[in-house]
Design a protein around this ligand. Structure first.
Ligand code: SF4
Length: 246
C-alpha cells in the first residue's frame, strides 16, 4: 500500500507535460475545477493523526507520496507551506517524496532551518522532454537538497540525462507514460535509452507506468489505466534481463 498526503489540491498548468494533467482529467469527471487551488480541510494534518492507542496512523519508516494532486511549490500555496514544513519536520521518522516542476521557486519556499536540506525529504524533479530537462536540471543540481530523484513523466520524447547523472547527485529516475484519454505516445525505445544511461552512471531506475498509448517494437498498444503499472513492471523486468546481460 502506498500512502499519500495531499495538503492542498489543484494546480495551474505551466509546461508541455501539463497538457493532459491527470488531476484535471479526474476532477472533471467529478465536475470539479482543478485550476482552483484549495487547502485540504480534512487531510492537511494527516501525517500527525493518531489512533486510539496514541500511535501515528501513518507508520514510521514509510515513504509518503506528498502533494501528488498539486505542486508543493505552487505560488498559490505560499501561505500554507510553512505549516506543511513543520509537519514534515515533526515526522522525521518518515520520508516525504515531493514531486515538482517548479524548481525555480525552491529557494524562496524552503524553511529557515533547512540548511543543507532535511534528511527525510526527497525532491523529485519532473521532466517530460529534453528542453524542460535542460532548463530545470541545472537549477535542481544547485539547490540544497539531500535526496534528488527525477520523474521523467509523462515521457514525451527521448531524453539524454547523461550530463546530469554524471554529477552523482541524482539517486533515482522513475519513468512513466501519459494516462487517460488523449494520452500522448510513450515509446519503449526512449525508456530503454534512459535505463541504459542510468546503468552507465549507477543510478537507480524505475519504469512505473506505460501510459495509455504505448509503443513497443514498432507496435502501438492502448493500455487501460489499471493495467499500466502491471505492464510497465513486465517491461522493466525485460529491460533488466536484456540490458544487464549485454
Ligand atoms: S504541474 Fe503537475 S499537477 Fe500541476 S498542472 Fe502540471 S502536471 Fe498537473
Amino acid at each position: 500500500m502506498r500512502y499519500q498526503w495531499n495538503p492542498w489540491h489543484g494546480c495551474k498548468k505551466c509546461s508541455p507535460g501539463c497538457k493532459n494533467c491527470y488531476i484535471y482529467y479526474l476532477d472533471k469527471l467529478r465536475d470539479k475545477d482543478a485550476s482552483k487551488i484549495t487547502k485540504s480541510k480534512t487531510n492537511f494534518y494527516m501525517p500527525l493523526k493518531k489512533d486510539r492507542k496514541g500511535e501515528y496512523k501513518i507508520p514510521s519508516g514509510i515513504e509518503l507520496a506528498t502533494c501528488f494532486t498539486s505542486d508543493f511549490f505552487l505560488k498559490e500555496a505560499d501561505e500554507w507551506r510553512e505549516e506543511a514544513w513543520k509537519i514534515i519536520k515533526e515526522r522525521c521518522d518518515i520520508t516525504f517524496l515531493i514531486p515538482t516542476k517548479r524548481i525555480e521557486r525552491f529557494e524562496k519556499c524552503i524553511p529557515k532551518d533547512w540548511k543543507e536540506g532535511y534528511e527525510n525529504v526527497i525532491i523529485a524533479l519532473t521532466c517530460e522532454n529534453q528542453e524542460k530537462a535542460d532548463e530545470r536540471l541545472p537549477l535542481f543540481l544547485n539547490c540544497k537538497i539531500k535526496h534528488r530523484y527525477i520523474f521523467a513523466s509523462p515521457l514525451l520524447e527521448n531524453i539524454d540525462f547523461s550530463n546530469y547523472l554524471k554529477t552523482g547527485k541524482i539517486e533515482r529516475i522513475s519513468v512513466g507514460g501519459e494516462s487517460y484519454e488523449n494520452a500522448r505516445l510513450c515509446d519503449f525505445a526512449w525508456v530503454k535509452n534512459i535505463k541504459q544511461t542510468c546503468d552507465t552512471y549507477h543510478v537507480k531506475f524505475d519504469f512505473h507506468q506505460t501510459g495509455s498509448n504505448f509503443k513497443k517494437d514498432g507496435k502501438i498498444y492502448r493500455i487501460k489505466h489499471h493495467k499500466e503499472y502491471e505492464q510497465a513492471n513486465k517491461a522493466r523486468i525485460i529491460l533488466e534481463n536484456t540490458i544487464d546481460k549485454n
